[in-house]
Design a protein. Structure first.
Length: 217
């Protein structure tokens, strides 16, 4: 899979990805709009070209309050995110080229007020999704929000993912309607935080077609 050209679909307003991006950005704006005054921290796993967070921060009133770290494995996508951040004058945004599944990348900024897991849960096994949801108790600040995505093609795993979050101290603040064909969720953490472990792998990123063939999707 060429993950750089894959992002071209975001530029088609009628595409599935463009419509999902709109919903994700709406939830990011809601988190920033509702946040109390003061500094905010954000992390994005498998950030791609950073279109979701950077697209909101570029013109948001709280942009100067947000320190963010975006982690992306594909160097072309990471460079595209850096270019986007520079063009928007977002000096407090750091782009890391690396494996977003490794917890070491988030030390020094987690627990965060906003955690983005967009485009992750459709590319890893159910066991890894559940494990990653559990790790969000380390990535997310109490009162912070995790925004996540997952396709809703059969079998629809969105209700199960909601259950996993809600059993670990997260309250559902928003979930997209099933009819739109994709899942975007926002869960706020009110549980017991734990320190972020070092050197831990949260998930293994795999092409969704491979996961279907293996029966782990």
């Amino acid at each position: 899979m060429d993950w750089h050209s894959w992002h071209d679909n975001y530029d088609r307003p009628d595409s599935h990805l463009a419509k999902r991006l709109e919903q994700v950005q709406r939830q990011i704006r809601a988190v920033l709009d509702e946040a109390p005054p003061g500094p905010l921290r954000a992390v994005s796993l498998c950030a791609g070209q950073g279109r979701d967070l950077l697209g909101v921060l570029s013109d948001h009133a709280r942009r100067g309050d947000v320190r963010a770290r975006l982690v992306e494995l594909d160097p072309r996508n990471a460079e595209a995110a850096r270019t986007r951040a520079r063009a928007a004058g977002l000096e407090n945004v750091e782009i890391v080229t690396g494996d977003a599944s490794i917890t070491d990348h988030y030390h020094g900024i987690a627990p965060a007020d906003l955690v983005l897991l967009c485009g992750v849960f459709g590319h890893t096994t159910l066991a890894d999704i559940e494990h990653t949801v559990g790790m969000c108790c380390q990535l997310c600040e109490v009162g912070g929000t995790v925004i996540w995505t997952r396709g809703r093609t059969a079998p629809d795993r969105v209700p199960l993912i909601c259950e996993w979050f809600e059993s670990r101290g997260f309250d559902r603040r928003w979930l997209s309607a099933p009819a739109v064909g994709f899942g975007v969720g926002a869960h706020r953490f009110h549980g017991e935080p734990t320190a972020l472990a070092r050197g831990q792998r949260m998930f293994t990123f795999t092409d969704s077609d491979v996961l279907r063939q293996q029966g782990g999707w």
